[in-house]
Each structure stands twice: as structure tokens, then as C-alpha cells.
Design a protein around this ligand. Sequence first.
Ligand code: FAD
Length: 401
Amino acid sequence: STGRLVVIGGGFGGASAARYARIAFPRLDVTLIEPKATFVTCPYGNLLLAGERTLPQITHSYDGLKARGVRVVQDWADGIDATAKTVRLRGGQTVPYDKLILSPGIAIRWNAIEGYNEAAAEALPHAWVPGAGEQTTLLRRQLEALPDGGVVGFAIPPNPFRCPPGPYERISMVASYLKKHKPRAKIIALDAKDAFSKQGLFQDAWNELYPGMIEWVPLNKDGRVTKVDAREKVFETELGTRHKVDVGNVIPPQSAAKIAIDAGLTNETGWVPVNPLTFESVRARDIHVFGDANIGQVMPKSGYIANSTSKVAVAAAAAALEGRPAPGPTVYFNTCYSHVGDEYGISVVGVFRPTETGFAETPNSGGVSPRGPLAQQREQRRLEALYADAWYASITKDAFS
Ligand code: FAD
């Protein structure tokens, strides 16, 4: 073996890293540490809320990785000793590494919104870290139980957070369900921002597909939720306005996952700064961090970026172990598709390059789907919904098969 590569986190970043390492660097010894037996994706969870996907359809096993020779250890990593180069598992075992790959995703900042703690999430689900699917399933059940004429409330965080278009895809998918099953219901979306990803496209679609159903309240109209009452289901804003809802989805402020914080890898922002060429932590040698946990700067916290950056990080780690220079600067692409209705998809594309200290969006690149009335864009929207399905099939294959 040319070295021991230990991967913490079997999500989009970590599973992709383990799979790619076995394919591209077959002499590496690869261990994946992940507490869950299977992985429920956040992508397409919003379609589950609309009743258009089932939990098994968005659940992936680690059997494919095992068949490739990845040693999958089902446990939590509880601590990292960067000097001894070991990972301590909750089960008591210690795992030594030559290079550590860390893609543990996000942690919710409990109580950043007053009253929003783990118990409150049982009444007002976040469904932003799906776990074994409990949170997404809970939100779906609440929507099913909503009376026609009821109110669904969303609390949406400031930047940066996991999946910039995610809350707005969710609003759209919930509206799609309500239009079919509870047409008198209303949605109020309270946002801690004044602008959001693909805003023009989303708002066009809301006006056209769900007229009068969705009220979006930006920061400058007192949109920031600062307090929740989980028992009464009330969202309270900065200026003290109280919004009573029947179903409430709180998408709370976030940080890098706990293991990254405990290992001292995060800075004052709560996210992990890295060398943009190798994804090696600037705070600890031989620990490469990518996915949502890293700052990433202008790159979105997406499964797409977690997958592509994972390969660069693994290539850099393998090169260092084999005494070769790290690969040269890479160009990153991101496409985030969103479903907003039946046969109605939209997307945003970004192109990014590493800079001295981070990443920058390449000028005059990327963009969003064309705007225009549905009558003109029907075929484009239909195709993009199909592209989204194809993207999901291919990325999950590239991570878990
Ligand atoms: P994750 O995929 O969350 O994986 C982290 C893993 O680490 C988890 O399995 C966790 O159990 C494990 N872990 C954490 N701590 C430890 C520990 N101490 N020890 C061992 N294991 C640990 N992205 C897109 O590109 N396209 C989309 O359409 C899209 N839609 C989305 C819709 C929603 C509703 C949401 C919420 C997100 C969406 N995303 C989408 C974003 C995408 O889910 C994330 O960007 C992606 O999951 C990030 O990958 P990651 O590897 O950083 O973290």
C-alpha cells in the first residue's frame, strides 16, 4: 500500500472521495467512517415532501463502496489527533491515518434562533440534515395533516448555508402539493436575506403556477425570524411580529459539522479554511477538508461541488503520499437544478477557479435558465426537469456505486 487514507463522512463528498480513491489510486488503503448504515440524500428530499419520491428512492447503501474494497466502519469519529495522526471512534477504537479526508457536512447552530433547539425540531422540523430520513418524513406527514386553508411557514437563514436554492425549491414543491390537495392553503416564507438564488425565475414561476399562494418576506420587510415558539407554532421576527403557522419549517443558521469544530479546524466564521489547490486545512497538516464544511467562499455548498472537489483533494493527498507535486489548478463547475412544478425545472450554473486564498467565480461564465412566460419556455422547463433527474442518477452513482 502507498498509504492509509481515512475518510470521515459518507455523504456526497466523503463517499465520492472513497470511491474515486479506489478507482484512481488502487494502491491506497481506504477506510470510510460513517455512523449511518445508509445515506438519505438532501437532493430530491423536496420531491418527497411533494409526494413525488419515496424514502427508498433517495436512500443509498455503502455496498457499492464495500465491493470496491473500501473498508466501511459504521461509527462516529469523536476526535482527531492531528499530531499522532489518529481518529478516535465513539466505539473506542483508534484508527491511524497517513492522510485524513474530512467531509462531515454541516451542524445546525441550535438556539441561534431563540427557542430553536433539538426538542423544537420535533415540532418544527428543519429537514436540512436528513439523518435516516426522520426529519423529512416528519415534515411530509405534517403537510399531509395540514387542513385546507392552513398556513405553512418557512424560516430561511442568511448566507452562507447548505444549498442556496434549496429553500425556494422546497417552497415550490410544497406549493405544488398544496395546489393539488389543499388549494386554499397559504405559504409564508420569512427570509433573513433580501435576495436569493434564481430569484427572478422562482418568482416568475410562483406567480404563474401558484398565484396568490406564496408570500415571500425579505429581510428589509422584517423577514428575519429571531425566535420560535415550538408549542404554539409561532415564528417571531426581529421587530416582534408574530406569525402563527400550522406547519413550520425552520431552516436554521449553520456551521461546519462538530467534528471539524472540535478538531480546531474552523475559524471565526464557523467554517473550515483550506488551501484552495489541495483542500488541506490551513490549521492542520495532512487533513483535507471539502464539501459543505469548508468555507468555499463563492462556491455554493452543494452536492455537486462536494463531489468534484473531493477528487481534487484525494488526488492532492495521493500525490503527497507518493512524493509527487499536487495537481495543478482545477476549474470547478456547479449546476444546481430546482424543481418548481410538474415538468418544470430551472438551473443555475457557476464556473469557479482557485485564487491565492480561496475561489473566485470566472467572469462572463455561468448563468441561469432563460426567463419568460411558460407558454414560451415550456419545452426548456420540461427538459431541465429531465436534466435534473439525470443529474441525480449520475451523481449518486458517482458517489455510492
Ligand atoms: P453530507 O452529504 O451531509 O455528508 C456528511 C456525512 O458525514 C453524513 O453522512 C454524516 O453522517 C457524516 N458525519 C458527520 N459527522 C461525522 C462524524 N463525526 N463521524 C463520522 N461521520 C460523520 N446539492 C446539489 O448539488 N444539488 C441539489 O439539487 C441539492 N439539493 C438539496 C436540497 C436540500 C433540501 C438540501 C438540504 C440540500 C441540497 N443540496 C443539493 C446540498 C447537498 O445536500 C450538500 O451540499 C451535500 O450533501 C454536501 O456534502 P457533504 O459531503 O459536505 O455533506
